[in-house]
Design a protein around this ligand. Structure first.
Ligand SMILES: [Zn+2]
Length: 281
């Protein structure tokens, strides 16, 4: 499933290619994806200029002149493929929406499993839509401060890994990013959220931002005009310290493997957590 850094990478790729261009026609090749497409969305968007591409949580926001925003989500398997003007594009199975640009270019929304979303709302009201109304702050925005994280964790008895993956607390910290941030900050993922001391919260806060920024930087450098997201691990799996390395040494590990048994796997909230019990306390 595409995670926040992958979606950010897709947004940056789209922004570079289609900002300022005009949408000639929105071609809907089925009635909907996860939800039916809004009635009249094709007529409503025809001939409108794309003023900006932004990201909120794992949604792609396409701002249109005149004050509306297209809201797209890649779901489990979605990707956006850009074909510039003059480039031939051979339609594929699961191409469900095609954004035809006035200059002859196209953006193709392909989604094999059809958990994706395409919606539209007035730009000023998107935070109140069902997609965003329940969401916490962006992890890389100023609103997500160490002080905010401290106060958000204080009432929570749940495991710290579960807490930081809660989208109402902060958006976009998926399973692997949560585990990686806890490894970086040397915190045991099973600790009750409210048991973290101030210094630990500050370390964790910095680690969450660092891990996401690093993943975005890695994605941003590997993708040009063809943008896509695939697979549970996304683009960035090679970087992870502990992921899927049960019984092995962690990155930079000096712990005696025979004594510790190496990286452990536990299940939290139905997902695997990999961590080093001698490094993470
Ligand atoms: Zn270790």
């Amino acid at each position: 499933m595409p995670e926040l850094p992958e979606v950010e990478t897709v947004c940056r790729g789209l922004a570079k290619s289609i900002t300022g261009k005009t949408l000639a026609r929105l071609e809907l090749r089925r009635k909907g994806l996860r939800f039916p497409f809004p009635k009249g969305i094709a007529q409503q968007t025809e001939g409108r200029r794309i003023t900006a591409i932004r990201r909120r949580a794992k949604y792609i926001l396409i701002d249109l002149a005149g004050g509306d925003t297209l809201i797209a989500h890649l779901g489990m398997s979605g990707r956006m493929v850009i074909a510039d003007a003059g480039e031939t594009y051979t339609p594929e199975k699961h191409d469900h929406v095609i954004f035809h640009l006035k200059d002859g270019g196209r953006v193709v929304f392909n989604d094999a499993r059809r958990f994706g979303v395409l919606d539209i709302a007035p730009t000023a009201e998107i935070e109140q839509t069902r997609h965003f109304a329940h969401l916490g702050p962006e992890p890389l925005d100023a609103a997500f401060s160490a002080a905010y994280l401290q106060s958000a964790l204080a009432p929570r008895k749940t495991a710290i890994k579960i807490a930081i993956m809660d989208q109402e607390l902060v958006v976009g910290v998926g399973n692997i990013y949560a585990a990686e941030a806890l490894f970086e900050s040397r915190i045991d993922p099973a600790r009750p959220a409210q048991s973290l001391r101030g210094a630990e919260v500050r370390k964790l806060w910095a680690a969450i931002r660092k891990v996401l920024e690093k993943a975005i930087a890695a994605g941003g450098s590997s993708i040009r005009d063809y943008v896509q997201s695939d697979g549970e691990l996304g683009y960035f799996q090679h970087q992870w310290a502990d992921y899927d390395k049960e019984g092995q040494k962690c990155r930079g590990c000096t712990c005696p493997l025979q004594k510790t048994g190496g990286i452990k796997r536990i299940t939290q909230g139905g997902r695997s957590t990999f961590y080093c019990p001698s490094r993470q306390k």
